[in-house]
Ligand binder design. Structure first.
Ligand code: VGL
Ligand code: ZN
Length: 218
């Protein structure tokens, strides 16, 4: 398989939402999630990337994305929120709970920075770069883009959960923010695998490059 064309020195590995709540048995468990652990661990322990950054979904107990805070609503329904659609999820990644922790089987000592997102009660944040929205109708940045640029990163390579939600949104924002963006397809899994074809097509059409884990190992 061809190596992707980017400069190792200016690349960063982005580890998206690797938290027990997104793994099988978790509050919002993603089927097949456990199967990405060995490959993710290998990249975390290896030297393919000079910088490694993680995101951590980190919600208050009454977060707007939780179905149970909306009278009569069920998980996976959609509501209107700040003028756009918001999927309602089972409560997950509640600040300070075991399900919200960084996955206990991964080597977190190898990670340079950890960014918590979704902390405000009334706005969701799928992307590591910007909130989904806020009551004023804009998408405030998290600061991750500035951090990476100050570290002279021009290329980001993403893995984690979930393929069709937070990894997808972070990749699309990565392109919008000017990063050469790679998506490690086999080191992600979807909440809704029926969306895979659509996710793949959307990534491609927006300029995200889709690769497999063997392409970065060295
Ligand atoms: C995620 C749904 C809700 C994710 C986070 O990490 O993909 N999905 N919050
Ligand atoms: Zn969430």
């Amino acid at each position: 398989m061809d190596k992707p064309d980017y400069d190792r020195e200016t690349s960063a590995l982005l580890l998206i939402d690797l938290q027990p709540d997104f793994f099988p048995g978790g509050a919002l468990g993603v089927a097949g999630g456990d199967s990405i652990l060995p490959g993710v661990k290998k990249l975390m322990n290896g030297n393919a990337f000079p910088l490694k950054v993680a995101t951590q979904d980190w919600h208050p107990p009454d977060h707007v994305s939780f179905a149970d805070v909306h009278e009569g609503r069920e998980p996976f329904e959609t509501i209107r929120c700040h003028g756009h659609d918001q999927t309602l999820w089972p409560p997950h990644c509640v600040q300070g709970t075991a399900g919200a922790a960084l996955h206990p089987e991964l080597p977190w000592d190898k990670v340079d920075a950890i960014l918590r997102k979704g902390r405000a009660k009334d706005a969701d944040s799928y992307s590591g770069f910007r909130n989904n929205d806020n009551p004023e109708g804009n998408r405030p940045p998290t600061g991750l883009s500035g951090y990476l640029k100050e570290k002279e990163v021009d290329t980001i390579v993403l893995c984690g959960l979930a393929r069709d939600v937070c990894v997808l949104w972070t990749a699309l924002d990565g392109v919008r923010m000017g990063f050469k963006t790679f998506f490690l397809w086999d080191l992600t899994r979807a909440v809704n695998p029926d969306q895979d074809e659509q996710t793949y097509a959307e990534l491609k059409s927006k300029g995200v490059r889709i690769i497999q884990q063997e392409q970065v190992w060295r």
